[in-house]
Structures are given as structure tokens and as C-alpha cells.
Design a protein around this ligand. Structure first.
Ligand SMILES: [Zn+2]
Length: 213
């Protein structure tokens, strides 16, 4: 399933880059990719609850970003790329007569559609070759995180803290515009970080809505 989604994200990136006559470069601008797909972004106020970051208006071909919520650039990029995931993976299969709502909150309830959109967003914003290039410029081998009290004693902190520090380095090295948690999860998914479970992304705990015609 993950490989299929990655394939679709790469396919979109390739056709986007081909149209732009360039190679896949970071940071990937999800708004530009969205426009390439014929959609646009609207920043809306006083429309959605504060736990909703983004919404997809399929009929108007608009992705709405909730401007009432203060999110950083990385999280905003992830929100837009997540909606792009719905556009590529789910809109073609939608029942046009039905209103569909989806939200990140259901992730814990095994909402497959939301998980798929998140995987798509991660693959789109952090293409494997670009992540690997940045990673191997910093390290020669995979990063094994061990919980070691000596690390704590010398102030290097918990595994989570070390992973966050490491994600910052990769983000800087590879010029990505994503949150540190998104990068940690991508590195885990690519097998480049071992010994740590997937981390809950702040974005992942918030909701979005997909509204069909
Ligand atoms: Zn969603």
C-alpha cells in the first residue's frame, strides 16, 4: 500500500517537474503542485473550528486553509500536501452524490483514507532520493537510537529529543520545509532511523474536512 502511494506521489512530482522543465528540487512547493493539478488555495477565516487545519472543496477545486489556526510553514505545507493526497488518491473514487467528510482525529480509529493522504504528503514533500542524499551527507550509516542513561547524563536527552535534533539537521541540509516530526517519521519509514516508533505529528492530531459536491 505504501509503495503504491509513493509511486503516485512520485508520478505527480515527475509530471509537475517535467512541465516546469526541472529536476525534483526541495523544498517542494505544494501550492505550486496543487495549481499544476488545477486546484487553488484559499485562506479562510471564521469558517472552521480551530481543530481543523484544511478542507477540500472538490466542486470548486479549492483547498481551504484555516487562517484562524496559527501553524508554521512546515505544517501548512503538510496540510496542503495532505489535501493533494485526497485529490490524487480519493477524489477519483468518490461517490459524486455523497458528501464525504474526513478528519485527522479518526486516525486512531484506523481511518485508512486519512493515513493514505498523510503518506502521500510525506512522499511528496520528502522524496526518497532527496532525503537519502541529505542523510548520507551527514552520516555514513543508519541511525540507531538507544535509550541510554549516559546520554541523559551528558545532556543529550531522550531518544525523541535526539531524533528531533537529527531531523532538524536533515531538514536544514536538504532544504525541506516540513516539521521535525514529519521528517522523523519519513526517516523511520525509509529505515534510516531505527529504535524509535513513529511519532505523532501535531498536524496528524488535527482534523481536516473533505467536502464533495
Ligand atoms: Zn484528510
Amino acid at each position: 500500500m505504501i509503495k503504491d502511494i509513493e509511486f503516485k506521489a512520485n508520478e505527480l512530482l515527475s509530471s509537475y517537474c517535467e512541465a516546469k522543465n526541472s529536476s525534483i528540487k526541495t523544498p517542494v512547493d505544494p501550492i505550486d503542485v496543487l495549481e499544476f493539478k488545477g486546484f487553488s488555495v484559499d485562506y479562510v477565516n471564521d469558517k472552521y473550528a480551530l481543530n481543523i487545519y484544511g478542507a477540500l472543496q472538490v466542486d470548486r477545486k479549492v483547498v481551504e486553509v484555516n487562517a484562524d489556526v496559527k501553524i508554521n510553514e512546515g505544517m501548512e505545507n503538510f496540510t496542503i500536501a495532505h489535501e493533494l493526497g485526497h485529490i490524487v488518491l480519493h477524489v477519483p473514487k468518490m461517490d459524486k452524490n455523497k458528501m464525504t467528510e474526513c478528519d485527522f482525529d479518526s486516525i486512531s480509529n484506523d481511518n485508512i483514507v486519512e493515513k493514505e493522504a498523510d503518506i502521500f504528503a510525506a512522499c511528496l514533500l520528502m522524496p526518497e532520493p532527496n532525503v537519502k542524499e541529505a542523510f548520507y551527507q551527514i552520516r555514513n550509516s543508519r541511525l540507531f537510537l538507544k535509550d541510554n542513561f549516559i546520554f541523559r547524563l551528558i545532556g543529550r536527552g531522550s531518544k525523541r529529543k535526539r531524533a528531533l535534533n537529527f531531523a532538524s539537521k536533515i531538514i536544514k541540509q536538504g532544504n525541506f520545509k516540513v516539521s521535525k516530526y514529519a521528517m522523523i517519521n519519513r526517516l523511520i519509514g525509509l529505515g534510516l532511523i531505527k529504535g524509535l516508533r513513529y511519532q505523532k505529528n501535531n498536524v496528524n492530531s488535527k482534523a481536516d474536512k473533505t467536502i464533495d459536491v
